[in-house]
Structure formats: structure tokens, C-alpha cells
Design a protein around this ligand. Structure first.
Ligand code: C2O
Ligand code: CU
Ligand code: CU
Length: 563
């Protein structure tokens, strides 16, 4: 509340202080070390707020990773609480995914390692401990992941980090009278970008790229520029679009990302504001005047808030001199986008969102997925490996929910039977499902199977922590049938660096051995005829592979790591 008065006073005086946008540092290469820590950050000058961060007091470094690289991560937990780190949007095995089962105790480290299989896009990492996700994210642990690939590298796009390619982590938070972050809260009246309130960034007079993440716990933004200047969306959550998309508005729910280009050419000396035009939101969206469908339906603490149902500034761009080699055109076309044809699907599932407490107070309660709350001991769905599935999500509650699924990027088939807007016709991992809406998406669950579950959930963190989450395992039916074979075949050492030994017990003969990469290509094959053999692997790139052993008309696949 004191914040409201302060903002009002500043508006009356016509002078909102501007703070230079913080640009997170970067980490790149194949060894990434993150230390989660407690700290303090001055959101308000001269006032320390207790925070959490990775390798610093607030947020985390931007990770810049190359498709195809095998990356070793070390995540050291120094926050004095159990937590996890999840690589949101990335296609990794469930063991490496950092969901609620993969906990990191205080003062211990977690060391996932995996090949970057994703397309060039902007992903992010954040804690995912059940019932603590909101606290750990709101207090500050969140970072961007930029994946680069050859297709993106061939385009004439800005890509110099901090020069013509900027991360924008947009969040709203609630601060108490002592300027401490309140979690959970529906009174998030302070807007920040990269943990900077009233942020200003000097941009060069040319085409500039922004990687925008809605990292808020609850709030949806309706992004636009002052004067309704056109900007160009080039990527959705998980990849480049097929062509640049001129827009004046872009809706971004919690967890969603978009990459956009703004053409500042010829604008030296001018100021442009990035805004949320939340006055245009219909009822039923967190961020509108009425977050529920009915005018009488509200959330405890939601109003009054100058951000609800109003147009507000998120940050400002001050246009300065161009760089030496500016990008001055909006690249077109962009990438090859190959949606999965609906006919490829071999299974469909439905997920229904509904309030636990029905009626006009429903927004203050929890929400079900398929009529149950999350139970960490219950697997809600079992997906056969390599299935292509259509998921139909229906929202029977009074508020829009951003639905997110781990493991896959999906393609939206339709929203209430209609094709999705162009901004959603690319790879996605979060979709905002409006009240009474039904959306369908299609995804292929390939490469990774495990008994460790992946999550799907609402990305409004109060809802997620309140149990609006389910879990699925991807099951390799082959390896299930071949439990007996699995017991008889020993593969060692694993990880290996030049030789892998295969030993068989019990009178089986190995016919053929293949090493298959994560895209399913056989990179090494060997005919053999012994019940003990070894296979030379030096010369293969480092990473995760599958060793497929054929024996007596049966086969067995084992995951191996080449280091
Ligand atoms: Cu960004 Cu399961 O979360
Ligand atoms: Cu995720
Ligand atoms: Cu929700």
C-alpha cells in the first residue's frame, strides 16, 4: 500500500526515477556451475530486501548453450532449504529435468549432464520443489537459457548479448511495509524487469532483439509499445517462427517466452516504453479488473492495485547511437517449422481444470486437474515412449490458467476449434487456457523413458503449489518386456570413454550391437557372435547414447554416456 502512495506522488510530480536495467551475466561452454544462495538486493535504493539468487543475490546468470553440446552442470544448494532446479522447456531425461522428485538438500550439489537437443530459443531455469516453487522463484531464483543452433546462426538476426540482444525477465512482486517480498500474494503491485524497478535501457539506433520471459508468479501481460509502434515476434517458447510476425500486442502468461525485434532505426534521442495494455483484458484473466469471469468474483488482496485492468509502463528504451555493424532489417523468412500432423497421433488424453470450491469464492481456493490435486506418490498418466499424442485441455474454472508440460515442445492444434493465432503457431511449452476454453495440442514423447515422472501443471505458482499439477511417466514398453534380458546383460563401464564391455549371463548370444544417438541415428554398428564382447567407442562424440543389443531375436536398449 505504501508503494501505491509513493507511485502516486511520483506521478503527480511527473518524474519517475529511472534505474539502469540490470543485465544478468552469462555462463557458456560445457561446464556450468550454479550456486543457489541467499542474499539481499536493493529493489528500492538504500533499502535491503532479502532475496535468493544463483551465483549472486538475485536472479541467475543467462546460460548460453549450443545445440549438440554435452553439458555438465553442477548445482550447489546454499539456500538452507531443500530445492530443485528445472530446465523449463528443454527436452531432457526425467532424471535431469529437475522436477519435484529430484531434490537438492542444503549444502549438497546436483550434477546433471545432458546433450542439448533443443532448437535455438529462449528457455529458463527455476526451482520446482513442491509447495515451495513460488517462494523460491518469487524470492529471486530464475535465469534465462539461450540455446543457439546452426539454423538460427545462419539468419541475419541481432545476437550480441547485452549489445543488440537483451534478456527481459518481467516480474511483478508484492513488498510489505519493510520492503520484504511477500509470498504468496495477490497484491503484486511492483513491476520489474531483470529485478530492476522503473528500468531504463539505452538501445542502439537499429534492430534490437529482446528475449522476453514472463517470470511472474501469477500475472498475465498484454505487451505493447508506446504509440502502438509495431514490433516483430520471431520466436515462441521453444523455437523460431517460420517468419517474423508484425504485432502491436502480445499476450504473455506466466512461464511463456517470446523473442521480439524492435526497429529503433532513425529514432536516436527518442524514448519508447514497453507497456502492458492490461485495460484491454476481458474478465477472467489475472491482470484484468476482474480476474474471474463474474464481476463479483475476486481474489483476496487483488484490488486495489494500479496494475489491474490498467495500461502501465514495464520499462523504457532510450535510443542512442548505433553499433558499428548494426542489423537494420527484420529477417525473413526465419526457420522451418514442421508442426506434427494430427494424423500422426496414436493416443489422446483430456485434462480438465476445475475449482475445488465451486461458486463465487472459487478463485481463493485450489484448482483440480482431472478432479484431483497433486499427490507426489501418484502417477497420473503413463505415456508409451515414442507416442505422438493429442492432449485436450478444458478450463471449467472462472480464471485463465497457463498450462505447462515438461519433456516436450508441443504444437497447438486449435483453441475452441479455431486455429491458434500466428504468435502461437510455433513450438510451445505453455499455453494460456481461458475460462470455458478448450485447447488441443499435439506432441511426441520421444528419446527418454524412465520411472521418474515429468510434471504438467498450471504455471501460476500459487495454483501449482496448491496442487494444480499432475505427473506422467514415459515408459519404454520394450524394456519393460525385457526385464529378464536386462538382468542378464551387463554393460560397463558407464559412463565410458573408449571401450564398453558387454557381458551376458545364461547362455544368450549377442548377434548385433548398435550405438544410437538421441535423434535415433545408428552411429556405430557391430556384428558379433560371442556371449562376451566389447565395443570401441573412441571417436564418438561425448554425450548420451543408446546401446541396443540384439540377442536371440530379442533386443535390449540401455542408455550409455560417453565422456
Ligand atoms: Cu517452469 Cu514445471 O515449470
Ligand atoms: Cu517446465
Ligand atoms: Cu492456474
Amino acid at each position: 500500500m505504501n508503494r501505491l502512495i509513493l507511485v502516486a506522488l511520483l506521478i503527480v510530480q511527473g518524474a519517475i526515477a529511472q534505474n539502469t536495467l540490470l543485465i544478468p551475466s552469462t555462463l557458456s561452454g560445457t561446464d556450468i556451475n550454479l550456486t543457489l544462495q541467499n542474499g539481499t538486493h536493493q529493489f528500492f535504493s538504500g533499502v535491503n530486501t532479502t532475496t535468493m539468487g544463483a551465483n549472486g543475490n538475485i536472479l541467475g546468470p543467462t546460460l548460453i548453450l549450443n545445440q549438440g553440446d554435452f553439458v555438465n552442470f553442477t548445482v550447489n544448494n546454499q539456500i538452507a532449504d531443500i530445492t530443485t532446479i528445472h530446465w523449463h522447456g528443454m527436452h531432457v531425461s526425467a532424471e535431469n529435468d529437475g522436477g519435484p522428485h529430484t531434490t537438492i538438500d542444503p549444502n549438497t550439489t546436483w550434477t546433471p549432464s545432458f546433450t542439448i537437443l533443443d532448437k535455438a530459443a529462449t528457455y529458463w531455469y527455476h526451482p520446482h520443489l513442491h509447495e515451495k516453487t513460488n517462494e523460491h522463484v518469487s524470492k529471486g531464483i530464475a535465469g534465462l537459457i539461450i540455446v543457439r543452433d546452426a539454423e538460427e546462426a545462419a539468419l541475419n538476426l541481432p545476437r550480441t548479448y547485452g549489445v543488440d540482444d537483451f534478456p527481459l525477465v518481467i516480474q511483478t512482486k508484492d513488498f510489505d511495509a519493510n520492503n520484504q517480498i511477500v509470498v504468496p500474494s495477490n497484491s503484486d503491485d511492483v513491476v520489474m524487469v531483470n529485478a530492476t524497478i522503473d528500468a531504463a535501457l539505452t538501445v542502439p539506433e537499429q534492430v534490437v532483439r529482446f528475449r522476453v520471459l514472463n517470470g511472474s508468479s501469477m500475472r498475465v501481460f498484454n505487451l505493447g509499445l508506446s504509440g502502438n509502434q509495431t514490433f516483430y515476434q520471431i520466436a515462441s517458447d521453444g523455437g523460431l517462427l517460420s517468419d517474423n510476425l508484425p504485432l502491436t500486442r502480445l499476450q504473455l502468461g506466466p512461464g511463456e517466452r517470446a523473442e521480439i525485434l524492435i526497429n529503433f532505426s532513425g529514432m536516436n534521442g527518442q524514448t519508447v516504453f514497453l507497456k502492458s495494455y492490461a485495460s484491454e483484458f476481458p474478465n477472467g484473466i489475472y491482470g484484468a479488473t476482474n480476474p474471474g469471469m463474474g464481476a463479483g468474483m475476486t481474489l483476496n488482496g487483488y484490488n486495489p492495485n494500479p496494475l489491474n485492468g490498467a495500461d502501465f509502463d514495464i520499462m523504457q528504451f532510450n535510443v542512442g547511437a548505433p553499433t558499428a555493424t548494426p542489423v537494420t532489417t527484420i529477417a525473413s523468412p526465419l526457420a522451418t517449422v514442421t508442426p506434427i500432423p494430427e494424423a500422426n497421433s496414436n493416443m489422446s488424453r483430456t485434462i480438465t481444470m476445475s475449482p475445488v470450491t465451486t461458486g463465487s469464492n472459487q478463485l481463493n481456493g485450489n484448482f483440480y486437474l482431472n478432479n484431483v490435486l497433486f499427490d507426489i506418490n501418484v502417477i497420473n498418466e503413463t505415456v508409451p515412449l515414442d507416442n505422438t499424442e493429442i492432449w485436450t485441455i478444458t478450463n471449467n474454472s472462472a480464471i485463465a490458467h497457463p498450462f505447462h508440460i515438461h519433456d516436450v515442445q508441443f504444437y497447438i492444434l486449435d483453441r475452441n476449434g479455431n486455429p491458434p493465432p500466428a504468435s502461437e503457431q510455433g513450438r510451445k511449452d505453455v499455453i494460456l487456457v481461458k475460462s470455458q476454453e478448450t485447447v488441443r495440442f499435439i506432441a511426441k514423447f520421444e528419446d527418454f523413458s524412465s520411472t521418474v515422472p515429468y510434471m504438467y501443471h498450471c504455471h501460476m505458482l500459487i495454483h501449482e503449489d496448491g496442487g494444480m499439477m499432475g505427473q506422467f511417466v514415459v515408459q519404454n514398453t520394450l524394456s519393460v518386456e525385457d526385464n529378464e534380458l536386462s538382468d542378464k546383460l551387463k554393460v560397463y563401464p558407464n559412463p565410458a570413454n573408449n571401450t564398453i564391455h558387454i557381458a551376458v549371463e545364461g547362455g544368450l548370444n549377442i548377434d548385433t550391437v548398435e550405438i544410437i544417438d538421441q535423434l535415433g541415428r545408428v552411429v556405430l554398428g557391430k556384428k558379433t557372435n560371442f556371449n562376451n564382447d566389447s565395443i570401441q567407442i573412441e571417436g564418438l562424440s561425448k554425450g548420451v547414447f543408446f546401446l541396443k543389443i540384439y540377442t536371440d531375436n530379442r533386443s535390449l536398449t540401455k542408455k550409455i554416456i560417453i565422456k
